[in-house]
Design a protein around this ligand. Structure first.
Ligand SMILES: [Zn+2]
Length: 380
């Protein structure tokens, strides 16, 4: 029988979940510890000013103070607006995997026009990327979005290195996200896993133009070139609906759901994951609202009882996925019926990555205690 956390909405649909003697799960316990740090940093209005001053000082010798990774979604567009407000010399970079919705394209355009910042669209090689997406769908693992999640940081590091920019700003933040179990979406930095899945279906496939970055390459870029990623929204009392309201004033439009700026992400989160794997991302989004006291647990449970996939638009999107991947609808349905697997069924470097994660957390905790370094220590 399914056990559900007594504090949030996570349950045993996440196989690695653990409960303490109060019936609280490891996910909300970890989230609350990190969120308290974020709240503490954001409570001081000077934190965000110091953060942008710090980014400006890092960019002195570069043609740009920073890169903003612009997806078209609320969080990243708002980061671009903050850069404009603080007068940072900014290069907007959009990673294009060919699945942008028309709303996302409009929103990117509006942010470019309003900020007047330079813009670079990173287009990934279409055929190679399509094969990777098909391989992950056939592999029967929930990490169907891993090709995109692996390519984004790689592409950003590549553009930063080429343009000699040292700071990359992202919209991810602990105000609206922060719970994501590996069994639901495994670590995108695991190059061994990415290659393992790809070569299972395309034995002679070539990934030489894929912009992945191994953890070692990332460490090298940080240590020798000083290129680092930052999460500015963790340094301010960010409210997504207020941000959306501000963005609407420049002609930006709202989406139906979180991360629905990509048609593929929409079909993955609202159909493939819940139907095939019993994974419902609304559990994460609603849990966070409950943990922050913005929604009662009962209200959240009532919302969760509604079906995530009874949506006419999904049928149109499934047809689109089949057409692009060269699958018949029947083949797609067969893939949906394959027994679910996880990253553990393929070559992976989970043990090593887990150790590196723990070391990074320890380094951040030390920076916080010994150097009182809010900027180095908030978030992951
Ligand atoms: Zn919990």
């Amino acid at each position: 029988m399914n056990q559900i956390c007594a504090r949030c909405l996570m349950d045993t649909s996440e196989p690695d979940i653990r409960f303490d003697s109060n019936g609280y799960c490891n996910h909300c316990t970890n989230y609350l510890a990190l969120y308290r740090q974020v709240q503490e940093a954001a409570a001081d209005p000077n934190t965000i000013d110091s953060f942008f001053n710090y980014i400006r000082s890092r960019g002195k010798k570069s043609p740009y103070d920073c890169i903003v990774a612009l997806s078209g979604g609320t969080d990243s567009c708002y980061v671009a607006l903050l850069c404009k407000k603080y007068g940072l010399r900014t290069l907007l970079v959009h990673f294009d995997n060919g699945w942008n919705t028309p709303i996302a394209e409009n929103n990117i355009q509006k942010v470019i026009e309003y900020t007047g910042f330079d813009f670079f669209r990173y287009r990934i090689e279409e055929e190679m990327f399509k094969k990777l997406q098909i391989a992950f769908l056939k592999a029967s693992v929930p990490d169907v979005e891993l090709p995109t999640d692996a390519a984004i940081p790689g592409a950003l590091y590549e553009v930063a290195e080429k343009n000699k920019v040292r700071s990359i700003l992202l919209g991810c933040n602990y105000h609206v996200e922060g719970i994501l179990p590996w069994s639901w979406q495994y670590d995108a930095r695991d190059v061994r896993y990415l290659k393992g899945v790809y070569h299972t279906y395309y034995a002679n496939g070539d990934l030489k133009n894929f912009p992945y970055k191994s953890v070692f390459k990332e460490i090298q870029l940080v240590l020798f070139k000083g290129i680092k990623m930052y999460y500015p929204l963790n340094y301010t009392a960010y409210d997504r609906s207020e941000a959306a309201a501000q963005l609407e004033q420049i002609g930006w439009q709202r989406y139906g759901g979180v991360h629905h700026e990509s048609a593929y992400t929409k079909i993955v989160q609202s159909y493939i994951l819940p139907v095939k794997f019993g994974i419902d991302y609304r559990r994460i989004h609603l849990s966070i609202k409950v943990l922050q006291g913005k929604l009662s647990r009962d209200e959240a449970l009532a919302l969760l009882r509604k079906s995530p996939y009874e949506d006419k638009e999904n049928e149109i999107l499934i047809e689109e996925v089949c057409k692009r991947f060269g699958l018949t609808r029947r083949e797609f349905d067969e893939l949906m019926k394959l027994p679910p697997k996880t990253y553990k069924d393929y070559p992976n470097s989970a043990a090593l990555l887990s150790l590196i994660h723990r070391l990074r957390r320890l380094a951040k905790a030390m920076a916080r205690v010994f150097f009182r370094d809010k900027i180095a220590s908030v978030g992951d």
